[in-house]
Design a protein around this ligand. Structure first.
Ligand code: SAM
Length: 372
């Protein structure tokens, strides 16, 4: 007797939680009613697992100096059309104070990649100062690129407890195409850095860009499997958007449109939520660059973290990673107002004053204690 092997439907894959590579590709292609069902199911699963709270991380873009030359990024070393800046220590501390007053609960310190000792010491000192000036009330996430184990340890000891390092693509071949082959942009090195971050004890975050040239749906399915296999605690992923002063442009009529990249990003958020119900997932700013309500839509589809920009307004134009980066002409106070209004649309509670740690990380830690 012959049995006909049929592909599972979107509803069956979700119902039975069968997240094989092949099924993930089916989900990534889901459109119309199927697509809407998937976003709805992911939103519902989030509510059941971690509730309707959205946590804020005030984003401080410390500096746009960068030793790396990623082909797609507006602050890449070779872009000599931007003005380079460094926030002063006072400006960083004021921004942290603003986050504290607004009861954001946490900040993210992000910067281009710098590895010299002066930078490392400065970050260490800033973490210590922020922690002591806020009586340890403000959680600190770092997003400062690839560093040595010793550096990760120093910053962890100073008080930072979460670290974001996007793998950008889990496909080493695609990674090589997105980065110059100069010996400083190695996939293996980035993966090792991510492992060191986890080993140090940070809640570990990663992510990918969605819709880059040469990326396939299978690549994205593999990215989702990568997060699951790595047992990641937090993810921030969003659409790739061109920057005019970088070499990495999609020729007109080639590749995905911005709206396709946006829709694919929402699907990635929803599928990841279905696969990993208790991790933290950020609704990234790049979504808002394409759709003014992009982050709110991502929250409905399963995201639970938003990073309002609290960098002093005069620097924001210089931390332009891609075209049309939103809020570059706003001061932190203005950003806060627009966020409050928009989030109310998505029926969520804002976790003011809470760190909003990854439930996945907390439960992993608890179960490892129980086994001791
Ligand atoms: N230096 C740190 C690092 O490498 O992790 C943090 C800064 S880096 C500019 C932050 C993220 O911006 C990158 O991980 C990348 O995914 C994202 N990014 C850069 N250029 C982008 C673009 N053109 N479109 C979308 N995202 C972009």
């Amino acid at each position: 007797m012959h049995y006909l092997c049929r592909m599972l439907t979107v509803a069956e894959i979700i119902e039975q939680k069968l997240f094989s590579r092949e099924n993930l590709i089916t989900l990534l292609h889901a459109d119309g009613v199927d697509g809407l069902l998937m976003l709805k199911k992911a939103g519902e699963l989030k509510l059941q697992t971690i509730g309707n709270t959205v946590h804020f991380r005030g984003l401080i873009e410390l500096s746009n100096f960068c030793e790396k030359d990623c082909l797609y990024c507006g602050i890449r070393r070779s872009n000599n059309k931007i003005e380079r800046y460094n926030l002063t220590d006072e400006e960083v501390l004021e921004a942290a104070q603003f986050a504290s007053q607004e009861k954001y609960g946490s900040i993210v310190i992000q910067s281009g990649e710098v590895t010299n000792e002066a930078f490392v010491t400065r970050i260490e000192r800033l973490i210590t100062q922020i922690k002591s000036s806020n009586d340890n009330k403000l959680g600190i996430t770092l997003s400062l690129g690839e560093q040595t184990e010793a550096v990760y340890k120093r910053w962890f000891a100073a008080g930072a407890h979460r670290y974001l390092l996007r793998i950008e693509s889990s496909n080493p071949e695609l990674y090589r195409k997105l980065h110059p082959e100069d010996g400083h942009h190695l996939f293996e090195q980035r993966l090792d850095a991510l492992k060191l971050i986890r080993k140090t004890g940070y809640q570990t975050g990663s992510g990918v860009m969605i819709g880059t040239p040469m990326q396939t749906t299978e690549d994205l399915a593999n990215d989702l499997l990568f997060f699951k296999d790595f047992d990641i605690d937090m993810v921030g992923m969003g659409p790739f958007i061109e920057h005019d002063d970088t070499p990495f442009r999609i020729p007109a009529n080639e590749g995905l449109s911005l709206s396709d990249r946006f829709n694919l990003s929402l699907k990635m958020v929803a599928i990841l939520r279905l696969m990993m119900p208790d991790i933290n997932i950020a609704a990234t700013t790049a979504l808002q660059a394409i759709d003014p309500l992009g982050r709110e839509k991502a929250v409905k589809a399963g995201a639970n973290i938003i990073m309002p920009n609290i960098t002093p307004g005069r620097y924001r134009n210089h931390y332009r990673l891609y075209n049309n980066k939103p809020c570059t002409d706003e001061e932190p106070e203005q950003c806060q107002c627009c966020l409050d209004a928009r989030l109310s649309l998505a029926d969520c509670r804002i976790g003011y004053g809470e760190w909003g740690d990854s439930l996945h990380f907390i439960q992993k830690k608890e179960s490892s204690f129980e086994q001791m």
